[in-house]
Design a protein around this ligand. Structure first.
Ligand code: FAD
Length: 310
């Protein structure tokens, strides 16, 4: 029987952070295991990414394909790519054991790059009508609501981007934001406000999803008048932020109260010797594709020195 291979490095996650790390690991000839159930990460659902540096416009699906091709171009014989999900990490004598849905692997070091996932709307009816009118993906589900009046819940870039996508086929889009301020870029907000079929309602806190077999509306509380208002709509697109995907690592790394992994921003080291983290799963203040990629490159430089110095 072959002995279990011990990897120099295991990269967990196939978004911009994980893939950037994978490319650098391959070029530095580190014996690497790369674990991810898919390539591309969160912005795969975006129709048009305009700030991936060097590329004025790129669809999320094309970015995902490019990332996969880039890693595979350098991976042969150096980076083992596994289409798996990490479930647990345990400390071992020589490093760590990573358990996935398909196996278990020994590794000297780890880079966690598992990003984040959508925060769910937590009000009566939201769970009941999930996938029956309540949705978390405008590009996936938008076409089901062609020529209808839909609602977007949220006030950040993702909410405005979703609204922009939906305006291409729906009759109207109403964006509900719980405060009077938005977290989206000024330019994005300005552009959308000019659209005749787009409406914003501020100080609107969602309180209930209404429905029968499918969703038929949403009730929000106007924070100024304190009145409850009902909007008739078959489609409620929720974009209220993200939660870090870090639960599987909680045995070996500290998490902050929101679940993010604290890192030293100079080199992406966690407080656990031998584990680094990069991208949206970290407590970095800003989360973007380019930042995730840069974080991972920083981590890889540091991991390389750590391994070679031993
Ligand atoms: C709708 C939307 C649009 C966006 N548009 C832009 C934009 O235009 N420009 C921009 O710069 N940023 C944009 N962002 C933000 C950007 O997508 C993130 O900052 C970036 O994806 C973070 O990259 P990451 O590699 O850290 O994590 P992610 O992209 O979240 O990737 C995480 C990876 O880890 C994998 N993974 C998760 N759990 C496990 C596990 N247990 N085991 C193994 N693998 C796992 C996932 O499958 C995924 O491959 C957008 C985000 C959203 C949601």
């Amino acid at each position: 029987m072959n002995p279990i291979p011990v990897y120099d490095l295991t990269i967990i996650g196939g978004g911009p952070a994980g893939v950037s790390a994978g490319v650098y690991a391959a070029r530095k000839l580190l014996k690497t295991l790369f674990i991810s159930p898919e390539f591309g990460g969160q912005s795969i659902v975006s129709d048009d990414i305009q700030n991936w540096i060097g590329t004025p416009h790129i669809a999320g699906s094309k970015l995902a394909k490019d990332l996969e091709e880039h890693l595979k171009a350098y991976a042969t014989g150096i980076v083992d790519i596994k289409n798996e999900s990490a479930l647990d990490i345990q400390k071992t004598e020589g490093g760590f054991a990573v358990t996935t849905d398909k196996g278990s692997y020994e590794t000297k070091t780890i880079l966690i790059a598992t990003g984040s996932h959508r925060r769910k709307l937590d009000i009566p009816g939201a769970k009941e009508y999930d996938h029956r009118g309540v949705t978390y993906c405008a590009s996936c589900d938008g076409p089901f609501f062609t020529a209808q009046d839909v609602v977007v819940v949220g006030g950040g870039n993702a909410a405005f981007e979703s609204a922009a996508q939906l305006l291409a086929y729906t009759k109207s889009v109403t964006l509900l934001n719980r405060t009077a301020e938005f977290r989206a870029d000024e330019l994005t907000i300005k552009k959308l406000k000019e659209h005749p079929n787009f409406k914003i309602i501020t100080n609107a806190v969602p309180v209930e999803i209404l429905g029968d077999k499918l969703a038929v509306g949403i009730v929000y509380k106007d924070q100024v008048t304190k009145e409850k208002v009902r909007l008739e709509t078959p489609g409620i697109f929720v974009e209220i932020g993200a939660l870090p995907t870090t639960e599987f690592a909680k045995n070996v790394v500290d998490l902050n109260p929101l679940g993010y992994i604290p890192v030293d921003p100079r080199n992406q080291q966690t407080k656990t010797a031998g584990i680094w983290a990069a991208g949206d799963c970290t407590d970095g203040l800003y989360h973007q594709n380019n930042i995730a990629s840069g974080d991972a490159v920083k981590a890889l430089e540091d991991i390389y020195l750590h391994i070679k110095a031993k």
